[in-house]
Ligand binder design. Structure first.
Ligand SMILES: Nc1ncnc2c1ncn2[C@@H]1O[C@H](COP(=O)(O)OP(=O)(O)OP(=O)(O)O)[C@@H](O)[C@H]1O
Ligand SMILES: [Mg+2]
Length: 299
């Protein structure tokens, strides 16, 4: 659905984005992962033409977006800004309603849609008339998401949407994010520097470094088929946990009563009570997991 070809943005001698190419399928979540300054935000902003590329092409639904009117293009793209980007002097209700106002929806329709989103994102209606600085960082980020979703665009760009959150709140929002029906119908490109988050939310990941993509692949591909030392080392610190999280029972060819084949090894470990009755199950699971790793190494 989205196709990026040899895209680059140079600011004088600084190659913010050097030369990147990737595809995103419809309804897929693609994560751009990398350390600070590797070109993630610049890439995202080229996709909705807040930044014009130095070279390269971008197609959305086979249309070259550089030949489209930016305003028309942006109607189909929701954008969650890094640090949420809410207007401080607009109330929460006004912040969410910006795009519908531009599109001249009637007031009733706007009100209905704003209330619907507040409810879906677990924000109280009482917040409608307060200002962003009266909300916590996590609540502000939910409002940023509501604002991006309000006109129901098919494409969503999210720049570090959960960046300001502590780990406990983050885990909770991740779970909500995955459960939100509105998001299942969207093609999403999400930026993060958080490896765990990338693995949890991404169908695929572009791992970036210094303006280039080092490897694009599923979480399992990056873990088990790293293209080079950079990829291996990037994931090294959290490797075991990432492996447990990204492999399912089906992947490691293990069946366990009471568990679904698509459940991750991690979630099985969390839910398998280890007592004398099922310590054998745990051992079987671990040996299946290590067999999988051994097979991958020999492939
Ligand atoms: N307008 C600009 N003029 C000059 N250099 C820029 C400009 N915008 C970005 N850069 C440089 O381009 C590089 C990539 O910036 P970008 O904002 O895309 O990084 P990022 O991966 O989003 O980083 P972070 O994780 O810190 O948000 C950085 O080295 C940055 O200094
Ligand atoms: Mg950035």
């Amino acid at each position: 659905m989205i196709k990026v070809e040899h895209l680059g943005k140079h600011f004088g001698k600084v190659k913010a984005v050097d030369d990147i190419s990737f595809d995103v399928a419809e309804h897929e979540t693609m994560v751009l992962l990398g350390t600070s300054g590797c070109g993630k935000t610049t890439t995202l902003k080229m996709l909705n033409r807040l930044i014009e590329p130095t070279h390269g092409k971008i197609f959305i639904n086979n249309k070259n977006i550089l030949e489209q009117q930016p305003e028309v293009l942006r109607r189909g793209i929701g954008y969650v800004l890094q640090n949420n980007g809410l207007f401080p002097h607009y109330t929460i209700g006004e912040n969410i309603a910006i795009v519908p106002q531009l599109l001249k929806w009637d007031d009733k329709k706007i009100q209905y849609r704003v209330s619907e989103l507040l409810e879906k994102l677990h924000l109280s209606k009482d917040y409608l008339n307060v200002y962003p600085n009266e909300l916590s960082g996590g609540q502000q980020q939910r409002v940023g998401l509501a604002r991006a979703l309000v006109a129901n665009p098919p494409v969503l760009l999210m720049d570090e949407p959960f960046g300001a959150l502590d780990n406990v709140t983050k885990a909770k929002i991740h779970a909500e994010f995955k459960a939100l029906d509105e998001l299942k119908r969207k093609t999403i490109i999400m930026v993060t520097h958080d490896v765990q988050e990338a693995f949890e939310l991404g169908d695929r990941i572009c791992l970036m470094d210094k303006g280039n993509i080092v490897q694009t692949g599923t979480p399992a591909e990056l873990l088990f088929k790293p293209k080079n030392k950079f990829v291996r080392e990037f994931l090294q610190e959290q490797r075991l946990q990432l492996e447990f999280r990204s492999l399912t029972l089906k992947d490691v060819k293990q069946e366990l009563e009471g568990f679904h084949a698509d459940q991750s090894v991690w979630s099985v470990m969390e839910n398998l009570k280890i007592d004398s009755n099922n310590s054998a199950s745990f051992e079987n699971l671990m040996s299946a997991f290590y067999n999988y790793k051994k097979e991958q190494r020999h492939e």
